[in-house]
Design a protein around this ligand. Structure first.
Ligand code: ZN
Length: 340
């Protein structure tokens, strides 16, 4: 490892305060690995760190950004198998505490003490990143940009599918279906053998066998689903981040319908019809983060072609600010930063 490494370093709460600079390389401590980074992507949380809002406000500055790097392990700390040097890996962004009741029962997604790569510690928009060895997952033959695009989104969707107990007998309505999480949710539900409705405010290109429903306003959703004439959904997976969409999707559920939502980034208030909700025995659960097992399953689903992450525009590390601007402008597909 070099003594100095190039890194995208945020020094103040504005994109103008982000610069590519040389910083001292960190050596992996006990239980950690160092990774030579190939790719990292743009996530909403990066923009929250830059603006100092929401969960991004927790980042102390200066901070190296980047949640989800892919690369190759170049060094390991004590307690880590030296045979991992040379392993092609991708990093799970959320780091669980490892000691709480949830962690000890392999429910890392529900750990209340999670830290995030690129927020609470330096991230992967750099030539090298150091993370806990348990956060670096073998990506096998997956291309770095594909693993980067999948490692955050696909496991969260799997967690939501588990929370709603999705099986082949379900009719699954995915709302917010045109985004990264939504596309993954449609493909994962199909892979489970369920019938799937993909609903979005944007025009949709859906895989064969998927019913598409577009809507102008959230209140249109029940009529759009009814017009398909295929029955009431038994499950809703809502990734829209929009509480009014969540509520409209839940309204379409049949008897004992189950709903899981994975975001509240647009509007957090969910205006549910309480009477319909309890009389028809519905349930709604919020899902964030993912267990280690969801990451392993997610990477397998990408490797076997069940889930095909959509790669969007790509930028070299030197142009990372342009990558963030492309994301903010609504780029289609996952915006990738090529570090190598
Ligand atoms: Zn924990």
């Amino acid at each position: 490892m070099e003594d100095l490494v190039r890194a995208a370093r945020l020094r103040g709460r504005s994109l103008d305060e982000l610069a590519i600079t040389d910083i001292a390389a960190t050596r992996p401590a006990a239980g950690e690995v160092a990774i030579a980074v190939e790719t990292v992507s743009v996530n909403q949380l990066d923009l929250n760190v830059i603006a100092g809002v929401g969960p991004g406000a927790a980042a102390a500055l200066p901070r190296t950004l980047g949640l989800d790097p892919s690369g190759v392990i170049t060094a390991v700390g004590s307690d880590v198998d030296p045979a991992r040097v040379g392993e092609r890996v991708v990093v799970k962004p959320n780091i669980p505490c490892g000691d709480c009741a949830w962690c000890l029962s392999a429910r890392e997604a529900d750990c209340p003490l999670q830290r995030v790569v690129g927020v609470h510690r330096d991230g992967g928009a750099a030539e090298y990143v150091v993370v806990p060895s348990t956060s670096a997952f073998d990506r096998g033959s997956l291309a770095p940009e594909v693993a980067t695009a999948a490692v955050h989104s696909v496991p969260i969707v799997l967690n939501a599918m588990d929370a709603a107990a999705v099986s082949a007998s379900d009719l699954v309505l995915v709302t917010g279906a045109s985004g990264t999480l939504g596309c993954a949710a449609v493909e994962v539900a199909l892979g489970l053998g369920a019938r799937v409705i993909a609903a979005s405010r944007s025009d949709l290109t859906v895989p064969d066998g998927v019913f598409a429903a577009s809507y102008a306003e959230p209140s249109d959703i029940p009529a759009r689903i009814a017009a398909l004439n295929i029955g009431e959904p038994s499950v809703v997976i809502d990734v829209s981040g929009h509480g009014a969409v969540t509520a409209a999707a839940v309204a379409t559920l049949g008897w004992k319908g189950r709903a899981a939502f994975c975001s509240s980034s647009v509007a957090a208030t969910i205006p549910l019809d309480g009477r319909d909700f309890y009389l028809r025995r519905k349930s709604l659960v919020g899902v964030a983060s993912a267990d280690y097992e969801h990451v392993r399953r997610g990477l397998r689903l990408v490797s076997d072609g069940t889930v095909r992450p959509v790669i969007g525009p790509r930028f070299p590390l030197a142009r990372i600010a342009d990558a963030y601007r492309a994301f903010t402008a609504g780029a289609s597909g996952k915006v990738i930063i090529d570090v190598e």
